[in-house]
Design a protein around this ligand. Structure first.
Ligand code: PXP
Length: 253
């Protein structure tokens, strides 16, 4: 286990903006949340600027980049509008996600295989701006191969189905979904891709994913912000970090 690479935590602060927007003012400020997350041990800040601006706004992205000295991971759909904003903000990384206006959250991975000729130049032009591009994909070898072909240096494996399986508490389902994530991580790594994972990770389900040696970054949002209501954001981030570290170094889970 000691040969495992360190595992980074990207804290997604979207839902601080969701609460702010419920009243239309400036409070709570997602940039302040990012500062707190940083002090508590976050390795990066992630924010999803959606087409409908339901949580994060353009100005939040600019302020996050200007005020937070951690790598900023800008989650976005592959649209001309988002490309323009990314070239303005110049985040450390962009994670390309599918976006559907009706969805409550990102429901599935990006269909890279089905739109390679569209995604390839998009990835290339963000790369030319010095942005590290990751593609958010289901744990599916076909999509991972396509991600490699379009020139993305990173894939983020969608752990939503694993999260759903954990809610059922049916061990065979959980094992099945976890095996898919494990195999996908190993396959992506074997192709030379950097491997991240995220979606639906909680204190209760993070450790088996954190123990997967090929995964070097987890992006976690909704649970951390939800738990912050009870224990505070700093404690919530610290506890997630502790669970990740224990899983990574072979602690019990
Ligand atoms: N990674 C990606 C690409 C996402 O779209 C999201 C949700 O915005 C997350 C990670 C974080 O998911 P959650 O909020 O369920 O932790």
């Amino acid at each position: 286990m000691s040969d495992k690479k360190p595992l980074r935590l990207g804290v997604n602060i979207d839902h601080v903006a969701t609460i702010r927007n419920a009243r239309g003012g400036d409070h709570p400020d997602p940039v302040r949340a990012a500062e707190l997350a940083m002090s508590a041990g976050a390795d990066g800040i992630t924010a999803h600027l959606r087409g409908d601006r339901r949580h994060i706004r353009d100005d939040d992205m600019r302020r996050l980049k200007a005020e937070i000295p951690l790598p900023l991971n800008f989650e976005m759909a592959a649209t001309a509008e988002m490309h323009m904003l990314a070239s303005d903000v110049r985040p450390h990384a962009c994670c390309i996600v599918p976006e559907n206006r009706e969805e409550k959250t990102t429901e599935g991975g990006l269909d890279v295989a089905g739109q390679e000729t569209f995604i390839a130049p998009f990835v290339q032009s963000l790369g030319d701006l010095g942005v590290r591009v990751s593609l958010f994909v289901d744990p599916d070898a076909r999509q991972i191969e396509a991600a490699k072909r379009v020139g993305a240096p990173v894939v983020e494996i969608h752990t939503g189905a694993y999260h759903e399986a954990c809610l059922t508490t049916t061990n065979s389902k959980i094992k099945h979904e976890l095996d898919l994530v494990r195999k996908a991580a190993a396959f992506a790594h074997s192709l030379g891709l950097e491997v991240h994972a995220g979606h639906g990770l909680t204190f209760h389900n993070v450790q088996p994913v954190a123990a997967i040696a090929e995964i070097v970054e987890l992006n976690i949002g909704h649970f951390l912000i939800g738990e912050a209501v009870f224990m505070g954001l700093a404690e919530s981030v610290k506890e997630m970090r502790r669970l990740m570290r224990d899983a990574r170094t072979g602690g019990l889970y």
